[in-house]
Design a protein around this ligand. Structure first.
Ligand code: CUA
Length: 181
């Protein structure tokens, strides 16, 4: 079988590279180095980086904190109303311990996030705009304290975004945010 592509004629391998081609190659190399450096800088300084503090915590320690938090909180029909501005939430296959919770718009809360078993995803979406969301990961053995302020009152859905087993798709709960007092 013959190829439909004809080989170039002459000693094409032995000719000098056109100056313009060299310039474009050079620009390509420089630009790739710029992007490489930018990637490195951006992962350190970009605003996309997770905020807050993370601590190591055992499952039983976090359960104890959760129990103390739930005991101090007020139970209402809509959900728990925390005593202060600390909010505890833990993923467990296939539910969110500590939810539903009732919070106030405009107040900065410290969310203490952890997991009792495996890695879960913590996606928060306002019901009015489901395409808007933040995605965090909760890990067993770690307590992540994330400051959060809800600007708008409404219902926010907590959805697990990390495949964690058979009931993953039903791992859902809510945060009710009320008007600022
Ligand atoms: Cu928890 Cu998926």
């Amino acid at each position: 079988m013959t190829s439909p592509i004809k080989p170039p004629e002459g000693n094409w391998w032995d000719q000098t590279v056109n100056r313009r081609e060299s310039i474009w190659l050079g620009l390509g190399v420089v630009w790739s180095l710029v992007l490489f450096g930018w990637m490195s800088i951006w992962t350190r300084t970009g605003d996309q980086n997770p905020i807050g503090e993370t601590y190591q915590v055992s499952e039983s320690e976090f359960r104890e904190k959760m129990n103390a938090y739930e005991e101090a909180a007020e139970e209402t029909e809509q959900g728990l109303v925390p005593e202060g501005t600390d909010v505890y939430m833990a993923g467990i296959r296939f539910a969110w311990d500590g939810a539903p919770v009732v919070l106030e718009a405009g107040t900065q809360y410290d969310f203490h996030l952890s997991s009792y078993d495996v890695q879960h995803g913590f996606s928060l979406r306002p019901e009015a705009t489901l395409s808007k969301q933040i995605n965090l990961q909760v890990l067993p053995g770690y307590e992540w304290v994330v400051p959060m302020t809800f600007d708008e009152p409404g219902t926010y859905h907590i959805i697990c975004n990390e495949f964690c087993g058979e009931g993953h798709r039903s791992m859902h709960d809510t945060i009710i945010v009320t008007e600022e007092n």
